[in-house]
Write a protein that binds this ligand. Sequence first.
Ligand code: DHB
Ligand code: FE
Length: 290
Amino acid sequence: MTTTTGTEQTQTGHTATAAASGNAATAAFAQKNRDGVDSSQERVDTLATELITAVHDVVRKHKVTYAEYDALKGWLIQVGQDGEWPLFLDVWIEHVVEEVANEDREGSKGTIEGPYYVPDAPELPAEATLPMRADERGTELLFQGQVTSVGGAPLSGARIEMWHADDDGLYSQYAPDLPKWNLRGAIIADDGGNFRIRTVQPAPYQIPTDGSCGRLIAAAGWHAWRPAHLHLKVSAPGHQPITTQLYFTGDAHIEDDIASAVKPELVLEPAPSAAGRGNEVMYDFVLGPA
Ligand code: DHB
Ligand code: FE
């Protein structure tokens, strides 16, 4: 289980820091975002003006002082220095962007991507075990299901990308000492759209508490927890891809996820495995037409 001291010791004893995971997330985002977006001047004007005006309204409403303004300025600068803008935005803003983006979506529910996706994970067959260490800790989990269209047609060869934290709440490529593709894989469903993935259940995840996002959380008296979750991107030719997460019933933070990303449809109820080892759970993905 994770500690609440703010930094995590990995299995080999190194410390995972906010600055290290934040800077890695910032670098990964810069890579993904190379092309930017081609917005009209009118759209930029509208969005920037309304955002700035919303801030003015808060200043007037709460009579924000110069001391508070300088504290904010210092904090915003520090978020950048810690590389924590991806974390900040994905925790406090992304869920509303996702809500708007997917309001007309048919089929399974999506939710936020978060900062720790990495493309091009190793491809695995329909029945596979995610890459993991020989002594990987955590309850074994068999995650199986089918990918179909909204009409119920099996989507042969659908791609299920899955990534999640380990039993310490740490993600490979964003924490020290983890094998590059630990607990990450791209599973190719069989001709019937079926998949059977073996992994270990992730631990509840605490967003880094030793950086500027952690300082905000402490200063505001909030908590830093997300419920344990599996991240997924599911796609098939001719269909709308989905980015989602799945949670586990009974988790202490289902009701108060710091990232506000839990939806009732996304909560799994694993049962003890028939084979007597760990848990198993079924979940089907339904994709709308592209
Ligand atoms: C953050 C981390 C996650 O694993 C996630 O799913 C969402 C947000 C974060 O640290 O910002
Ligand atoms: Fe996550």
